[in-house]
Every structure is written in structure tokens, then in C-alpha cells.
Design a protein around this ligand. Structure first.
Ligand code: 2AM
Length: 202
């Protein structure tokens, strides 16, 4: 599949040029995208270790270590020509860096996943998601506005769900958020980080 840089168009959502964001874009007219937190190496390894530990007991598939993330806001499929405006909109998000701890592994029956989650509400995380939502709404982007439920999916296709339980706590320092494209490949879904935004230092 070839790659191309976005051109300016007359579409409502975009009169910008993605090349200003240095984005390599797949050659398809729509993109399946979401905003996320991408863990730094230590947190990623710790999450992967937990996933490996539970994989057999749960008769599940582990997420590849380099795909682990926390979704902040899922947009789904949008016209690729709208990506530049989406990125420019996210430029306006202002929120401080923060840390939090993932302390439990829990299970959802409806989609058969196991996920790591914090025990308590994290005000700075909620503030970041709210800021993102508000900017996107103001810019006219549409998304499913259901309650944000912070989690990192560790296992999919869980055959044997367990009681929610404590894990070795995983510290995660958040100093940026990213826009990710979910790309279907012959080997399954792969995630491509399109753009990264720093959070303001504390
Ligand atoms: P999940 O891990 O709980 O399945 C890429 O698919 C990311 O977007 C995943 O983190 C996935 O969450 C999330 N996602 C997929 N579809 C979604 C939807 N309809 N609403 C919210 N998040 C979604």
C-alpha cells in the first residue's frame, strides 16, 4: 500500500495540509482513529508481564507489548481529509502532566477482554479527556460520548474470566497524548501513532 501526504481540500472539515504535521498517511479515504495514552517503556513492560502471567489461566490472547495503550477518546472512522483539522483541534488541548497507578486486572464479559485499571478516579486524567472532548465538540467532530472508563486492554478473546484482582502496581507518568490510526494488515490490526502532543510540565 502506498503512502501520500494530505492535500488541501474544500471539505468542511479541512483546509489544512497534513504535511505540516509530518504525517505519513495510508492510502485510504477513511481512517479509524482514536486518542490515547501510550505507555513509556517501563510501564509497557510491566503491563506486558501481567498479560503474560494471566494468559494461560485465562485461555486468552495477549496484546502485543508495543500495542498496549489507554484509549482516551475513540472517534472511529473519519474521512482522511479531516485528519489535519483533527490534529489542529487537538493542538488547542491544554492539560498538565500527571502520574497514576494501575492496580487491578478486571474482566468484561461482553467483549471478552481483560484489562488493567486504576483503583480510584484520577482527576487529571478526567480533566485531559474533558479538555479533548470539549475541543472536538467545539470543532464539530462527532464521537460516541459515553462515560470514560480508564483501562488498558491486556488480553482479548478471554475464555476463562476471573474475579477482579490486585496486580503488582504499575506506575505511569503521563507527559503526552497521541492520535493513533488503527490499520488492518494481513497480520491483524496494527496501531500507527500519527501525532503526539506534550502535556504541560508540573
Ligand atoms: P478496547 O481495548 O477496550 O477494545 C482501538 O480499537 C482502541 O479503541 C481500543 O483501545 C479499543 O478499546 C477502543 N475502542 C474500539 N471501539 C471502541 C468504541 N466503540 N468505543 C470506545 N472505544 C473503542
Amino acid at each position: 500500500m502506498g503512502a501520500y501526504k494530505m492535500q488541501s481540500t474544500d471539505k468542511n472539515c479541512s483546509t489544512l495540509d497534513a504535511s505540516s504535521h509530518g504525517v505519513l498517511i495510508e492510502n485510504s479515504s477513511v481512517a479509524r482513529v482514536f486518542f490515547a495514552l501510550w505507555p513509556e517503556e517501563l510501564a509497557r513492560q510491566a503491563l506486558h508481564t501481567i498479560a503474560m502471567k494471566y494468559q494461560l489461566r485465562c485461555e486468552a490472547r495477549t496484546m502485543a507489548a508495543d500495542t498496549l495503550h489507554m484509549t482516551l477518546l475513540f472517534l472511529g472512522e473519519i474521512e482522511r481529509v479531516c485528519l489535519p483539522q483533527l490534529m489542529q483541534t487537538a493542538d488547542n488541548v491544554s492539560a498538565p502532566a500527571f502520574g497514576f497507578i494501575l492496580e487491578r486486572i478486571s474482566f468484561w464479559q461482553h467483549n471478552r477482554i481483560a484489562y488493567a485499571a486504576p483503583l480510584e478516579k484520577i482527576p487529571a486524567l478526567a480533566q485531559l479527556v474533558t479538555a479533548l472532548e470539549q475541543e472536538l465538540i467545539a470543532a464539530g467532530f462527532w464521537f460516541d460520548n459515553h462515560e470514560f472508563n480508564p483501562h488498558v486492554t491486556l488480553l482479548r478473546r478471554v475464555g476463562h474470566a476471573l474475579e477482579s484482582q490486585a496486580i503488582t502496581p504499575i506506575k505511569w507518568w503521563v507527559d503526552s497524548f497521541v492520535l493513533v490510526e488503527s490499520v488492518m494488515t494481513e497480520l491483524g490490526v496494527s496501531y500507527q501513532v500519527l501525532q503526539k502532543w506534550p502535556l504541560s510540565p508540573r
